[in-house]
Design a protein. Structure first.
Length: 300
């Protein structure tokens, strides 16, 4: 078995981070979890880490890694997932202004530890279960292309119109599934007071960083993580940028619709409304990006 390349490792960790966020964002946005991390005594936090690590060992042994993986590899993988979860949780809580460097070390550590345990499970699942079978699919595509090449160029003219129709249909399908995914993922946090709390507490710079992070995460999901159903070939930079803009626009529109429905628009200033849209736009955009793959038919 050959060692994974740096590119494969980055894709694997990318899927892990996305999986961790997809499965844990509702808890990262939950005030009760912030407080539990603040008030939980050290022995509770330690027991939480131990239990999570045992769960990671069990998942990696029976569902995550290959069956012939050694105990050492399973333990190392679980430690990596825990470490990555701590980093992701710390950065996200910092971005949302739920922790800062004026807090005590105990408060910061407690919040990060409690949040990161759920993130770690999501990373473990996302790393293995959200990826496509690249080699098998490439082999299938290779055999299909050989057969297609033998047929020659007879059908090129007749198929051009059909390809255009399929492309239009595919674009409409992506938009519909993006809306569905955004609604599905944003709905779990949209009604909560935490969205307003975060929006009121963040600065303009933090909002801009949220926008940038959201676009980066969307690009990773769609083009770089090799999710099941994701395109194998990446288009040009401007096409990718346009796709991300459409995805983010959908996420913001869905966020605004939720905020309007839950009476979070009518009595607030424009800045607060926009800030709420950006905050809620993070899970909405992740749903819009991942939803087109995760909730679509995989046999198309």
């Amino acid at each position: 078995m050959s060692a994974p390349t740096n590119k494969e490792t980055l894709k694997k960790y990318g899927r892990g981070v996305i999986g961790g966020l997809l499965f844990s964002l509702p808890l990262i946005y939950t005030m009760e979890v912030w407080w539990s991390g603040f008030i939980a005594p050290p022995e509770y936090q330690l027991s939480c880490v131990v239990v999570t690590y045992l769960l990671l060992l069990g998942y990696n042994r029976y569902a995550g890694l290959k069956k012939d993986s050694s105990l050492k590899a399973i333990c190392r993988e679980s430690v990596e997932e825990l470490g990555l979860a701590v980093i992701v949780s710390f950065l996200f809580l910092l971005l949302l202004s739920r922790i800062d460097f004026q807090m005590s070390w105990d408060e910061i550590a407690g919040k990060v530890i409690v949040e990161s345990m759920i993130v770690a499970i999501g990373i473990s699942v996302g790393t293995e279960q959200l990826g496509g079978n690249g080699e098998d699919e490439e082999d299938e595509e290779g055999s299909k292309s050989e057969g297609a090449n033998s047929a020659g160029a007879k059908e090129e003219g007749s198929e051009s119109g059909k390809d255009q129709k399929e492309n239009d249909s595919s674009n409409f399908k992506r938009i519909v599934l993006s809306i569905c995914g955004a609604v599905l993922f944003a709905s779990s946090v949209a009604p909560t007071e935490e969205i307003l709390m975060i929006a009121v507490g963040v600065s303009v710079v933090e909002l801009m960083l949220m926008v940038l992070l959201t676009l980066i995460l969307g690009g990773i999901i769609i083009y770089y993580s090799e999710f099941k159903g994701a395109p194998k070939e990446r288009p040009g930079f401007f096409i990718m940028l346009l796709d991300l803009m459409v995805m983010y626009s959908i996420a913001l529109l869905v966020s605004f619709a939720f905020l309007f429905f839950f009476q979070r628009v009518q009595d607030y200033s424009l800045y607060i409304v926009v800030a709420q849209m950006i905050v809620l736009g993070i899970p909405a955009a992740m749903g819009a990006s991942a939803g087109r793959f995760l909730i679509s038919k995989q046999d198309d």
